[in-house]
Design a protein around this ligand. Structure first.
Ligand code: SAM
Length: 231
C-alpha cells in the first residue's frame, strides 16, 4: 500500500517477512519497488517482521506486458507450471488453461485445485521479472468456453498441420499494436474436431517448423517470436 501522494509505501505479510528476515533489510537501503504500474526507487525507513516501510523517490511509469492472450492445454503439471512461469517472464497478459480432448483425465480433474498455485507462480514470476502487473490466469475450462474468453482480433493456433504457413509469416501481416491470441495443444495434439472449432472462430493455423516441440517449448517459442514482433 502507498499514500495518496505516492511518497511512502508499506509492505506487509509474507513479502515483508521475507524482506525483514531473509534479506535482512535495513533502514537506508534502496530497492526498486513496482507498484500500481510505477517503478520507484524506494528507501527503507523502518523494518518490522510484519511491515517494512519505504520513502518513495523517483518514479517512472512502466508497462511491460504484451497484448498476448495464451490459450494453453492442460498437460503434465510440472511442465505446465514451467510454461506459466516463462510465459509471464515473456510478457503474456492472460493465460487460459484449456481442458482439451487429449488432456489426461486425472489432470483435468485435478485442475480446479491447481489454479491458485498457477496464480502464485505467475505472481512470483512477474515480481522476479519486474513486471508492472501480474498476468490474469483463468480457471481451466473446456475449449468452447476458453474460445469465448478471447477478444483479440488476431487468433493463431499452433498445430502440426498440412498448412505450411509459419508463425513469423502470419505475424508479418498484423500490425505491432494488435492484440494476439495464441493456442498451444496438449502432448497428444489437438483433435480434428478441436481444430475445426478453432477454424470456425477465425483462428489461423500455423507451424513453428518441421520439428515437433514439447508443448511447453512450443509455448515459449511462440511467445518469443510474437513478442519480438510486438516490441
Ligand atoms: N503429435 C502431436 C500432434 O499431432 O499435434 C504433437 C503435439 S506437440 C507435442 C504439443 C503442442 O505443441 C501442439 O499441439 C502444438 O500446439 C505445439 N507444437 C509442437 N510442435 C509444433 C510445431 N512444430 N509447430 C506448431 N505447433 C507445434
Amino acid at each position: 500500500t502507498w499514500n495518496d501522494e505516492r511518497t511512502s509505501a508499506a509492505l506487509t505479510g509474507d513479502q515483508a517477512a521475507h524482506l525483514a528476515r531473509v534479506l535482512r533489510a535495513q533502514p537506508g537501503q534502496i530497492f526498486d519497488v513496482v507498484a500500481g504500474g510505477f517503478l520507484h526507487r524506494a528507501e527503507v525507513t523502518a523494518v518490522r517482521d510484519d511491515q517494512v516501510t519505504f520513502a518513495l523517490h523517483e518514479e517512472r511509469e512502466v508497462d511491460n506486458a504484451l497484448p498476448i492472450h495464451l490459450l494453453i492445454a492442460v498437460f503434465k503439471f510440472d511442465h505446465l507450471e514451467w510454461a506459466i512461469e516463462k510465459a509471464t517472464e515473456l510478457g503474456v497478459s492472460r493465460i487460459t488453461p484449456v481442458l482439451a480432448r487429449r488432456t489426461e483425465k486425472h489432470l483435468a480433474q485435478a485442475s480446479a485445485k491447481r489454479v491458485e498455485r498457477w496464480r502464485r507462480i505467475a505472481h512470483e514470476a512477474a515480481q522476479q521479472s519486474r513486471r508492472s502487473d501480474v498476468p490474469r490466469i483463468d480457471d481451466a475450462q473446456p475449449l468452447a468456453a476458453a474460445l469465448a474468453t478471447v477478444d483479440a482480433a488476431r487468433r493463431i493456433l499452433l498445430a502440426e498441420t498440412e498448412e505450411q504457413n509459419t508463425l513469423r509469416n502470419a505475424l508479418a501481416t498484423s500490425d505491432a499494436e494488435q492484440a494476439i491470441a495464441l493456442a498451444i495443444g496438449p502432448e497428444g495434439g489437438w483433435t480434428a474436431d478441436e481444430m475445426k472449432k478453432f477454424s470456425d472462430e477465425g483462428w489461423q493455423h500455423v507451424t513453428l517448423g518441421p520439428r515437433i516441440l514439447r508443448a511447453e517449448t512450443a509455448a515459449i517459442a511462440a511467445l518469443a517470436i510474437t513478442g519480438a514482433h510486438l516490441t
